[in-house]
Structure formats: structure tokens, C-alpha cells
Design a protein around this ligand. Sequence first.
Ligand SMILES: NCc1[nH]cc(CCC(=O)O)c1CC(=O)O
Length: 309
Amino acid sequence: MQTKPFRIGTRGSPLALAQAHETRARLMAAHGLPEEMFEVVVLSTKGDRITDRSLALIGGKGLFTEEIEAQLSSGDLDFAVHSSKDMPTRLPDGLHLSAFLPREDVRDAFIGRAVPRLLDLPEGATVGSASLRRQALIRRLRPDLNVIVFRGQVDTRLAKLASGEADATLLAYAGLKRLGKLDVPTEILDPAVFPPAPAQGAICIESRIGDARTGDLLAAIDDAATRAAVACERGFLAALDGSCRTPIAGHATVAGGELSFRGMILTPDGSQCHEIETTGRAAEAAALGEAAGRAIREKAGPGFFESWA
Ligand SMILES: NCc1[nH]cc(CCC(=O)O)c1CC(=O)O
């Protein structure tokens, strides 16, 4: 192995940095390399700079990755660490997701200021979330609640909650765990009732196709089960793309080469929802997810997507 350090691209949020540092630690352990062999390069993305608007309205996916991908493509970075959930379904030519860390908890955490559980909130209480999926699922379970847009980094959202801008918020349990905020959630939501976003809780690494030095480095920490589960969930998302303002949930689990997937689409007001379940071989993960996406589209009918667009 050459002695030139690997340049790791990441966003600068505390969560992004925690993920980059976890990846570096795993690579150091897997290869017996010193920390000096890795240089963490912090980049600001459009998604970090625009904090006052709903991301779905300003273009959705790609906002957190464009600047980083440009530097990967040009060779300024060797690889980048991302939340798989934030990755567009299509990557720029020449780049691929070359490794996945073992998945963290996929569930959503509920954080109530005065009451611990979502179903205990008083009628008309305010819940802050920027996620279309969380907003729709909340409305489905509790049509009486007042859902408001809550954006920004985890600490920003928790500060908004503490200052009384909302009575409750929801965040990925995985992110809170990575930040060491284990005592923040007041309820962990059951994925059967509150299914996670496709790829939630999974850290991925993006790099150049054909970069053998980086490829060899990353192969040692790749988790096959996470890779298959995320491939299926991203396949589901890809088959539903073009409807990026649709609330979408999807979760795959893999055991012994067999994959089980459950997906859901909702109207933003939560009044309509369709579900799909499928099982198959983990080796066909992406195709299984895509087929599930086409099938749920069929089930919902064209009127479903046109009803609020
Ligand atoms: N877009 C924000 C984002 N992207 C990934 C995570 C959490 C970590 C993960 O899902 O791996 C979060 C924050 C949240 O949803 O609370």
C-alpha cells in the first residue's frame, strides 16, 4: 500500500463527522493502519447552506452530495462517507457505492417535550418534522395533530423543541445513537406501524469505479447484508422516482441469503396509503425492490400520484 493518505470527504455536521470518524476507525482496525493514513476533508453542501426551506421543494436528493461527488470525480477525494438515506437513486457516471457499514437501528425515535409517546400527545399538539414520510405517517396515526416543518441539524431541531416551537419531533434513532444521545428519545417507534425511510440507519461509502487502491481498502469493511437490504430499498425508491414528493417508506431485512421487504407509499395528508410485501434471494435485492416499486405503483393507480401533485 502506498503511503499517501486517503482523502475522505464528508459534510461538516456533527452526525456526518461521527460517521466519517467511525468509518476511519473501522478501516484503521481492519488494516492496522495509523490515523495519519486518513485525511478527513469537510465540505459544505447546498443542503447544509439552505436551512429555511423544505428540501423537497428545492430539489430534494442530491443537495447533500453534489459538491462532494464533484471532488470525488476530479480525484481530489478518494472516497466519501454518507448517510445512505441522503443518496440520490442515481449516482454520477464513474462513481459507485463501494462499501456499507453494518446497519444501525433503522427505527425512528419520538421525542416528546411533555408526554413520552406519540399516541399520548393531546389533541391538536404540534409536531415538527421535515420528512414527508414522517409527516404523512404522523397524520395517518393522528389526523388531529398540527404538523410543522422542522429542519436543520439534530441539535438545531432539539433546541427548537426545547424552546417550545413544537411539542414533539422525530429523528432517526441511528443518528441519535451515533451522536451518543441515547437518552434523548422518549419512545422508539415500532417499524410495523411507523416504517423507516429507505436506507435509514446505513452508512455508505462512495468512490470511483476502477480505483483499485481505494476499492481494496474498502472491501475489508463492506457488510453484505446491509448492502443487499439497501440495494432493495433503493430499488424500490428508484422505481417510484419522478414522484420525489411522495412519502415513501421501505425496509428490507436479510437472513441467510433470504431477503424480506415491506414498502409503503402515502398521500402527504396520510389519508391514503398502500403497502407491499415481498421476499426473495438477497442476491437479487435491487430487482426485488424495483419490482415491489412497480407493483405498488400499479396497486395505487395513476390517480394516487395525481391527487396532490
Ligand atoms: N436527512 C437527514 C438524515 N440523514 C440521515 C439521518 C439519520 C442517520 C441515518 O439514517 O443513517 C438523518 C437525520 C434524521 O433522519 O434524523
